[in-house]
Design a protein around this ligand. Structure first.
Ligand code: FMN
Length: 197
C-alpha cells in the first residue's frame, strides 16, 4: 500500500470560491493522488479547476471541526496560485491535476506537486492526534460500518487519548465523540418511531 498523507485540500468551485475538505493524498511514484468518492463537492471542483492546495497541520481540532461540519477556517492567499491554504497550516503543497482516472465510485486525480512551503516547525508525532484522526475518519463512515467495530475501535483509540492527549487533543476527541453519539441517538430515535407506527 502507498503512503497516504492526511491533510486539508482546498479546491475551487466553478465560480472560483474556495472549498475545504479533509482528504488523504495517496503518494504513488511522481504523483500525489486525490481520490474523492462520488458524489462530493471536491470532485465537482476538481473537474472545474485543476489547481488545488493541500494544507498540512498537526492540530487535531482542524479534522474534528471539519468532520462535525465547521468549515469556518481562516484562509491565506498564495502568491501566483489560485487556491488558498489554511492560515494555520504548518506547511502547504500546490498541486496540479495532470491525469484523471475515471471511476464510477471513486475517480483518481493524479497530481504533480508544483511547489511546497513550510510555515512553522513540526514538533513530532503524537499518539492522541493520530487517534483523533482515526476517529474522525471513522465518523465519516458510520453508516457503512457495523456498530460493534466502531465501539471496539473507539475503545482502543481512547487508550492513546487517556495516555498522551493535551487539552487541544481532548477537545478534538470530545467533538468527534459527540458526533458519533449523536448519530446513534438519532438512529435509535428513528428505530423507536418505526416500531411505534
Ligand atoms: C482525515 C480524513 C481523510 C479523508 N479522506 C478521504 C478521501 O481520501 N476520499 C474521500 O472521498 N473522502 C475522504 N474523507 C471524507 C471526506 O472528507 C468527506 O467525504 C467530505 O464530506 C468531502 O466532501 P465534500 O468534498 O463534498 O466537502 C476523509 C475524511 C477525513 C477526516
Amino acid at each position: 500500500m502507498p503512503l497516504i498523507h492526511e491533510c486539508v485540500v482546498t479546491t475551487l468551485t466553478p465560480e472560483g470560491r474556495p472549498h475545504i475538505a479533509p482528504l488523504g493524498l495517496i503518494e504513488e511514484g511522481d504523483f500525489w493522488i486525490i481520490a474523492p468518492f462520488r458524489p462530493s463537492a471536491t470532485l465537482s471542483n476538481l473537474m472545474a479547476n485543476p489547481q488545488v492546495t493541500a494544507s498540512f497541520t498537526d492540530d487535531a481540532r482542524v479534522f474534528a471541526r471539519l468532520v462535525t461540519g465547521d468549515r469556518s477556517f481562516p484562509l491565506t492567499d498564495i502568491a501566483n496560485w489560485p487556491a488558498p491554504r489554511l492560515s494555520g497550516a504548518l506547511a502547504h503543497a500546490e498541486l496540479e491535476v495532470a491525469q484523471v482516472e475515471d471511476d464510477a465510485l471513486r475517480p483518481r486525480f493524479l497530481c504533480k506537486v508544483k511547489h511546497a512551503v513550510t510555515h512553522r516547525p513540526f514538533l513530532g508525532m503524537n499518539r492522541a492526534r493520530a487517534a483523533v484522526l482515526e476517529a474522525a475518519i471513522l465518523s465519516t463512515r458510520l453508516d457503512r460500518l457495523p456498530r460493534e467495530k466502531i465501539d471496539t475501535e473507539i475503545a482502543y483509540l481512547k487508550i492513546a487519548i487517556d495516555k498522551t492527549a493535551g487539552d487541544a487533543e481532548r477537545e478534538a476527541w470530545d467533538m468527534v465523540m459527540a458526533k458519533i453519539a449523536g448519530h446513534f441517538e438519532t438512529k435509535n430515535d428513528h428505530a423507536k418511531d418505526a416500531s411505534r407506527s
